[in-house]
Write a new protein. Sequence first.
Length: 323
Amino acid sequence: MIAKECKVSLRIQKYEALERRIVPNHPIRPILVDEYHNWMAGYKGEKSLEYHLSMLPEEKYLIFHNIRLLLGKYYFQMDYLLLCAAFGLVLEVKNRKGTYLFEKYLNQVSLKTTEKDERIKNPVLQAKLQATKLKKWLAKHNCPAFPIHYLFVNSNNRAILHTEPGNEQILRNICNSESLGEKITHIESFEKKEIVDTKTLRKMKRLILSSDTPETFDILKHFLLSLHDILTGVQCPECGCLSMKYKYGIWSCPNCPCHSKTAHIQAIRDYFLLIKPSITNSELREFLHIDSPRVANKILRQLNLPSEGTFKGRIYYPKTEWL
């Protein structure tokens, strides 16, 4: 059963919004694009596991994607968490092409590509640390103690995994995505004793979901940008022009023949992603380049956004599914 589905993270959505609203020649753009591609590659790698995880018995497993929990003063994040009656399994997923070398000494990992050789964080140790933290977190919340396994899953079919001689034992905790099901079956053969019942599993599911705390990411602060760096206006869905004009309920692009009744929705979502998670009538007018408070009020009412306050003091918030 999918307890938390694999979705594009808020961080990736913010990268996309900023890419739409920063001038093409801005000095941070190459860095922005590079970071976005890295995060998007990670998401695609995690998304690709859905197929392999779908082969598991739905009634047996709870599957969580991108869970972030607080332990002490710090958070820990798991790409995937699988729970069943007998054990838990933490998956650390990587989607990078190249040749991984798992070195015996110092537990170092290097990644060799056509561009460069670099030392990267050991994904097996990352998964092991997350499993250890999860065990402590479950104990802190009075959950039954049961085995927590961990795996590094390579989801890139252009990656090659190597280990140094004498370091073969690390292969127990490594697999390519296509052999994930086989690895889980192997774990099942050792962990046959059911430790928690269905009712307890449901309680653990509710606890994990209610404790899951998505990362708060201020992208303007991250790139040392100000509001003056953000381009305003409604973007044309066809040519990307940020100067669409509103008249009689229709947005018209001055740069191409495009007309749209809904182009403002993406602009408002961009505002919530980049500026702040609330908006007023006057802020909407300024961002969308609208003069009329009445027209702005009509747009906001049609979107049926959550709100509080009355009249000029009304504040609107994004829909839950938007962020």
